[in-house]
Design a protein around this ligand. Sequence first.
Ligand SMILES: [Zn+2]
Length: 255
Amino acid sequence: MELIFKIFIFIFGAAIGSFLNVLIYRIPRGISIVRPNSFCPRCHRPIRWYENIPILSYIILRGRCVGCKERISIHYPIIELITGLLIYYAYVNYQLNIPFFFYSFFFCALIVISGIDFTHQLIPDLISIPGIALGIILQILTKNLLIGVIGLGFGGGLILLIRVIGGRVYKKEVMGLGDVYLTAMIGAFIGFPLVITAIFIAALIGAIFGILYITATHQSRDVPIPFAPFLSVGAILALLFKTQISALLYNTNIL
Ligand SMILES: [Zn+2]
């Protein structure tokens, strides 16, 4: 019975992921998120419910629109899969208790923010700022307020510091205000000192990706690389592997 419920939670999460795809597409374009129903961006053919089954439809339709055969981006099923897995993770750890709902929101917020930053180089504050408040409410409910507040202040503060110093040194925006709010939200949710681990992982994979990207595409070093996806991956990895990370730091006497 428990297994059936876990499978149901994953499918439910993947369906939420399908809605997150809609948000990622519509929020930066200023299209209503309730109407109209989903349509193919090229031929505007409405997508029927049976063509909109998370992950499966993409495989059955072989990644093409039924109407015009336009390729459907692989990011749709990937986001559905990731959302399904993360909501499943939240369920396994918290069952249907209060933190489950907060962490599910947190994961969804990271996915939408990363998707929009990746495609439009912008971070919607209308998600991250309420997210900071929700993170703090979670910490109050789980009696971890101090850890959350320090996480918020440290995360947001560090990125703000990089923004101010980087702006002076390079005479351009190295870090947007959106990154500051996003890191504050991450800090509020995962707390201190886990937020340091998240920023460290983000900086590391961001640097590796940046070097690979510039080398592969021969772009100039001035091309803006969205940082929100790296921060989100950093936050999720830090949270998922927090026991392993602290064991590693403890055993190697770094801390
Ligand atoms: Zn089409």
